[in-house]
Design a protein around this ligand. Structure first.
Ligand code: UD1
Ligand code: CA
Length: 491
């Protein structure tokens, strides 16, 4: 039997979130590489519901725009100036088809660890028990601030009382309302019509629906969750960090259970959408962010930050930063390498220490091992770029592209003044300042010829330790040239 789906999920996200003390709306703050409201939308989508709506008001345009970027099938519902969670749900229902029937779930935009699986279980239990209202509850050691679940003598849920409206005895109740619910939509509509504002905050409380449904003889039940993290909301940045760490712990655990070695999960940060192949090892201090994917049997870390980067099987990356780069299978990167957008390193290629690359297509087995800037360049298969080579791609106005052909060799400390094409099987002498193309099989030598001037040190640096050392060295090598003591008798 396929699991029954809710007809709709409403995500409440109209609140202001003042305790974040931020110019960014609370639900747009991120954990695990996804905004808080994005986590809520993903969980909602995980139910397979036909409609997912987000109720917005505070910073409406920013929140709505971000939400539709994340999911273009979303329904955006605007809450008016009437306050309270009941009004938020009314506004949400108003944006859905009027003939909607079946189950509607309500969640919050600031409860990021709630999963789609939990909502699926909630829906199934709600329908199996024939309930009209299912409230997700949890038992907290410190329930301060939450709405309390008041049960009758038979243990059935009677009502929810907000902390501010609760009596001393009710405040001692440790079972709290998480704010996540499953409703039969017709019961919900009927009850909402009777929700007033007679409470400490003068708001229209969604929680009143519980007592109203009970009074109308509708079955109400509590769906108790043991995993407290899934009910926890973000109100300030301290909670944002705590929930971010817990989410990361869960993500790392998922990868470890799937066959990835993570040496130190506490210093490894992995975003929700990252994929990692079997038997890859992740060393401490590593961040795998955005849409990064890592193949199998790779070695990543220590101290690596990869953003939207693809790493092939068996590659090794240490102490590196890469953004929108592709690292081929069996390739090695680092230590201390900076791969900027458009870097593509071929299979078994190498980008070594203190190398920066950008728009660089580096062929199979090609090596850029030391101290190089390679921007706007295509480097052929098996080529070797000597230490300290700079591809000078920018002339102050425009960027230019250079190529180095297959199995070519660029000597150390060369400046390639782009655009220049070095053909396949060509060499460039060390120290060249290359401004012209090089044909296949040629070596380009683009530098001043060396001149040695005899006796210069003793003449121009007379009396220094260098002058003494030169004289002593010559005395030891009797066949060495005579010192030239003055301009006139230089040999
Ligand atoms: C609410 C519940 C409380 C529960 C707690 C769990 C009510 C009356 N109380 O209290 O029983 O224990 O959540 O966290 O429902 N929102 C809107 N529009 C509004 C008001 C709120 O969209 O007019 C959204 C907020 O953005 C937030 C959520 O609803 O995501 C909860 O609102 P909040 O004001 O934090 O409710 P609490 O007082 O915490
Ligand atoms: Ca809250």
């Amino acid at each position: 039997m396929s699991t029954p789906r809710p007809a709709a999920v409403l995500v409440l996200a109209a609140g202001e979130g003042t305790r974040m003390r931020s110019t960014t709306p609370k639900v747009l703050h991120h954990i695990g590489g996804v905004p808080l409201v994005g986590h809520a939308i993903r969980a909602a989508r995980g139910t397979g519901a036909q409609h997912v709506g987000v109720v917005v008001r505070h910073d409406r345009d920013r929140v709505a725009e971000l939400c539709t970027t994340l999911d273009d099938r979303l329904v955006i519902a605007d809450q008016d100036e009437v306050k309270g969670t009941a009004r938020a749900v009314e506004c949400g229902l108003g944006a859905l088809p009027a003939d909607l029937s079946g189950t509607v779930l309500v969640t919050y935009g600031d409860v990021p660890l709630l999963t789609g699986d939990t909502l699926v279980e909630l829906t199934a239990a709600h329908l199996e028990t024939g309930s009209a209202v299912s409230v997700v509850t949890a038992h907290l050691a410190d329930p301060t601030g939450y709405g309390r679940v008041v049960r009758d003598a038979n243990g059935r849920v009677e009502q929810i009382v907000e902390h501010k409206d609760a009596t001393e005895a009710q405040r001692r109740i440790t079972e709290i309302n998480s704010g996540i619910y499953a409703f039969d939509v017709s019961v919900l509509r009927e009850a909402l019509a009777s929700v007033g504002t007679d409470n400490a905050q003068g708001e229209r409380y969604l929680t009143d629906v519980v007592a109203l449904a009970r009074a109308a003889g509708r079955p109400v039940r509590a769906h108790v969750l043991d995993d407290l993290w899934q009910t926890e909301g973000v109100n300030d940045r301290v909670q944002l960090a705590a929930l971010g760490r817990e989410l990361n712990r869960r993500i790392c655990e998922g990868h470890m259970r799937a066959g990835v070695t993570i040496v130190d999960p506490a210093t490894t940060w992995i975003d929700v959408d990252v994929t990692i192949g079997q038997d890859t090892t992740v060393l401490p201090g590593t961040q795998l962010l955005g849409a990064t994917s890592v193949g199998a049997g790779a070695l990543i870390g220590p101290q690596v930050t990869l953003t939207d980067t693809e790493v092939g099987d068996g590659a090794e990356v240490s102490r590196a930063v890469a953004n929108l780069a592709v690292i081929g299978p069996g390739a090695t990167v680092g230590p201390y390498s900076y791969l900027r957008p458009g870097t593509r390193l071929g299979a078994r290629g190498k980008i070594g220490g203190f190398v920066e690359t950008k728009n660089a297509d580096i062929g199979e087995g090609a090596k850029v091992p030391h101290l190089t800037y390679a921007g706007d360049v295509t480097i052929g298969e098996g080529a070797n770029i000597g230490a300290g080579t700079i591809f000078a791609n920018y002339d102050g106005v425009a960027k230019h592209h250079s190529t180095v052909g297959r199995h070519s060799f660029v000597g150390s400390s060369t400046v390639v003044v782009s655009p220049v094409d070095v053909a396949d099987g060509a060499y460039v002498a060390a120290g060249s300042a290359l401004t012209q193309d090089v044909e296949p099989g040629q070596i380009a030598v683009a530098r001043g010829r060396q001149r040695n001037i005899d006796g210069w040190v003793e003449r121009s640096r007379a009396g220094t330790a260098a002058a003494t050392a030169a004289r002593e060295a010559r005395a030891r090598h009797t066949d060495g040239p005579e010192p030239a003591t003055s301009e006139g008798n230089a040999s």
